[in-house]
Design a protein around this ligand. Structure first.
Ligand code: GLN
Ligand code: ZN
Length: 764
């Protein structure tokens, strides 16, 4: 018999119950006991739901109060000294301090959080383990055992999930760059042996070890670590079955290493590594089971069940049903929870989608089909076939005009009329900006009043007219403030935008927003990516009215503000029935039209934000060039429809750009603003080695901090920038948008910033 399994269920809860519980605890509104009770209720709901769906291997320890890597650091005792954790079990307070820092109180000093970074190529962020040469690992938390027993009490036999030791070490960081974390593998495996023994004693028969690092580019030495670690772990606990789960990519050069681990089962991601299957079937070790990741855990589309069942049958024809496990491609942590909670979506749209709950049902159906229980699933199969057919042909999805236009894009469309030096002259004539022009990145504080107004409009308490009047007043206030402050290129402040992607998605055909499609981003934070389901069409201009209104109020240039095609793609759920590059090109054309409309309306400066361009990079370096080629091309299509004298800006943040700086230059924006002030001058180092050919605004102050930026520090930073960027091409701006700040912080900071620019011009 094939076995139905799941690799992990989203822990946040269908209504973000975990977020509310954890935040209430942080705010002191509930105590630890209440928090634990609520967490247990969430776990019970998710376990029961999976059992009802027909999942045999239900995961446990996939729950976390903050992050599973942080849980692992606590489990193995990798607790940096600054948290001063006493021996023994780690308290919840220490745990949260590691995840999010702690502000100082009268009783005790504050402490900084550990670093957070993106989990592979997902939008989930994990807490980076901090380890060094002298790290001694020891078992400091038995959470996996406790959760296994908790489920057992409820009559549920679960499969505990652990982050594998090799992936854990490979994701860690140390302050010593020459330190190879794998020298600590033996000591870490000791602790894993310990926890596995305890799990076996508690009654576990399978344990899932997540080793997604096997989908990265690895050195021979790194690859060999897997065999070493798992030989020990398998030998240490006879009778316990280990499943190693690889996901987020194919195996490629790591195939041999993956197959050489002497474990009982290997999980592969067939959503992304389908091409590996035949090779694996041919080479899988005698008696080893194969977990087939057939249901895409990273997206929201219904699985093509006929296709998935055929793949499963193929695997079973080689291995036999007993050696087959059916699974989602990766943990469902990256899917929203339950499609049944969607009130925004009509029945047809819903018929195309599957969230986590629906995905475990799909796993169960595929398993039944492979096990020959067809009678029970005929209805489900025919409904699924109908949904697949309607997605292939629906006129809501397929718009021949859009496809035609996208196919007709010419290289000339990705090319401004003249090269930058000539455009610059034309722009100078129109804009007449001083040296070191000052500007901001787009958004101004999203005040409680703005959020309240939007909510009232959505509830129907405020008419559209009243709401728009409110926004106009907000824009006028921002414009006046910027004039008084002496900024050179103004913005309208983005008060009308809930989110820089959803705002545009809501106005485009082919895009749909969900009501509850939340996915954990980090800690208690979740994002709600809109869904690109069809060919993208812009029925009407999206921003022209607001920007023109702002421009009508002032003689200074107002910068039109748009989100770029790559960022739109990256922060949405994307249709899987055509290449991402094609969807991105459709987005590029839509933005291009908006850019041209803004120009026609008399807007002389337009910014197309691409903060997410770097995070779209594929996991393996050898795939980078192909991605960058189409990503840069799409940005250029979006921004090249204008005349020379229209100044095109872009903006990027969240990362170091050292390794893609050539691609950034190839985007050929007239001006780029980049996050810089937090990075200790790394951006300037980058520009020293790879001079940027056009104009640059390296951020002069950190917008993540409530602290008011001082003129001194900004002038210092600018003087350092002048050493690298020629003065005539240097802009002065903050690191990023100001929407998360308060006006009390923004006002003095921007005044100081303008002063710093004046000082540089020798005007003060
Ligand atoms: N224009 C956006 C803003 O100012 C840019 C945000 C971002 O880079 N993430 O908010
Ligand atoms: Zn930014």
């Amino acid at each position: 018999m094939a076995t139905s399994t799941n690799l992990g269920f989203p822990r946040i809860g269908a209504k973000r119950e975990l977020k509310w519980a954890v935040e209430a605890y942080w705010a002191g509104k509930i105590d630890e006991q209440e928090l634990q009770q609520r967490a247990a209720a969430i776990r019970r709901t998710h376990w029961t739901l999976q059992r009802k769906a027909g999942i045999a291997h239900i995961p446990s320890n996939d729950f976390s109060f903050y992050d599973q890597i942080l849980d692992t650091s606590v489990m193995v005792g990798a607790i940096p000294e600054r948290y001063e954790a006493p021996e023994g079990e780690v308290s919840l307070d220490t745990y949260f301090a590691m995840g999010r820092g702690r502000t100082a109180t009268e009783e005790r000093p504050g402490v900084s959080a550990m670093e957070m970074t993106k989990w592979f190529d997902t939008n989930y962020h994990y807490i980076v383990p901090e380890i060094n040469r002298s790290q001694i690992f020891s078992l400091r938390s038995t959470k996996p055992v406790a959760e296994f027993l908790e489920a057992k009490e409820l009559g549920l036999h679960t499969r505990p999930v652990l982050v594998g030791p090799v992936t854990y070490l490979l994701l860690s960081k140390s302050d010593d760059p020459s330190f190879d974390p794998l020298v600590l593998l033996e000591g870490l495996v000791d602790v894993y042996e310990n926890i596995l023994k305890r799990l076996a004693e508690a009654g576990a028969d399978w344990v899932q070890m997540d080793e997604p690092a096997l989908s990265l580019t690895l050195s021979d030495k790194q690859r060999s670590a897997f065999g070493r670690a798992y030989a020990r772990l398998v030998a240490a606990v006879p009778g316990l079955n280990l499943l190693v789960a690889v996901y987020f990519g194919d195996l490629r050069q790591n195939t041999k290493a993956a197959l050489a681990m002497p474990v009982h089962a290997l999980h592969v991601d067939l959503a992304r590594g389908r091409a590996d299957l035949e090779n694996i079937l041919a080479k899988l070790g005698e008696g080893v089971s194969l977990s087939l990741g057939l249901v895409d855990g990273r997206n929201i589309w219904k699985t093509d069940l006929e296709d998935a069942i055929a793949t499963a049958r193929r695997a079973s024809s080689v291995l036999g049903n007993d050696r087959i496990l059916i699974a989602p491609s990766c943990s469902l942590l990256h899917s929203p929870v339950d499609l049944d909670n969607e009130t925004n979506l009509d029945d047809e749209m819903k018929s195309w989608l599957a969230f986590a709950k629906q995905k475990v049902e799909e796993v169960a159906i595929i398993t039944r089909a492979v096990n020959g229980e067809s009678a029970r699933i005929t209805n489900a199969l025919s409904a699924n076939a109908a949904a697949m057919a309607s997605r292939r042909t629906s006129t809501r999805i397929h718009n021949p005009d859009v496809k035609e236009r996208s196919a007709a894009v010419t290289p000339a469309m990705a090319q401004r009329t003249s090269p930058y030096p000539e455009r610059r002259k034309a722009q100078q004539q129109v804009l007449r900006l001083p040296t070191y022009p000052t500007t901001t990145i787009g958004s101004f504080p999203q005040t409680p009043e703005i959020r309240r107004a939007r909510a009232s409009r959505n509830r129907g308490e405020l008419t559209t007219e009243e709401y728009e009047q409110f926004i106009r007043e907000e824009i006028e206030r921002s414009v006046r403030f910027q004039e008084q402050t002496g900024l050179d290129v103004l913005v309208h402040g983005e008060p009308e935008r809930n989110d820089m992607v959803e705002y545009f998605g809501e106005q485009l055909d082919g895009y749909v927003s969900t009501a509850n499609g939340w996915v954990q981003s980090y800690g208690s934070r979740a994002v709600k990516p809109p869904i690109i389901f069809g060919d993208l069409h812009r029925p009407a201009p999206m921003t022209v009215e607001w920007i023109s209104y702002a421009q009508s109020l002032t003689r200074q240039p107002v910068k039109g503000m748009l989100t770029g095609p790559v960022t739109m793609l990256q922060w949405s759920f994307v249709r899987d029935d055509q290449p991402r590059s094609e969807t991105c090109r459709q987005l590029a054309l839509v933005i291009r039209d908006e850019v041209c409309d803004l120009e026609r309306a008399g807007i002389r400066v337009i910014q197309v934000d691409e903060p997410a361009i770097r995070e779209g990079l594929p996991l393996r370096h050898e795939d980078w060039d192909a991605y960058l080629e189409w990503a840069v091309d799409c940005f250029r299509i979006a921004t090249s429809g204008v005349e020379d004298r229209t100044q095109m800006h872009t903006h990027m943040c969240y990362a170091a750009y050292d390794d893609i700086i050539d691609a950034v230059a190839a985007m050929d924006a007239d001006v780029i603003s980049m996050e810089n002030s937090r990075s200790d001058g790394t951006l300037l180092d980058t520009f020293r080695v790879h001079p940027y050919p056009n104009e640059v605004g390296p951020g002069v102050y950190d917008i993540h901090s409530p602290r008011v930026a001082e003129t001194e520090e900004m002038s210092d930073l600018l003087r350092r920038a002048v050493a690298v960027i020629p003065p005539e091409r240097l802009w002065v701006n903050p690191d990023c948008g100001l929407k998360t700040r308060r006006w009390e912080e923004v006002k003095p900071s921007l005044l100081n910033m303008v002063d710093a620019a004046k000082e540089l011009r020798g005007q003060s």
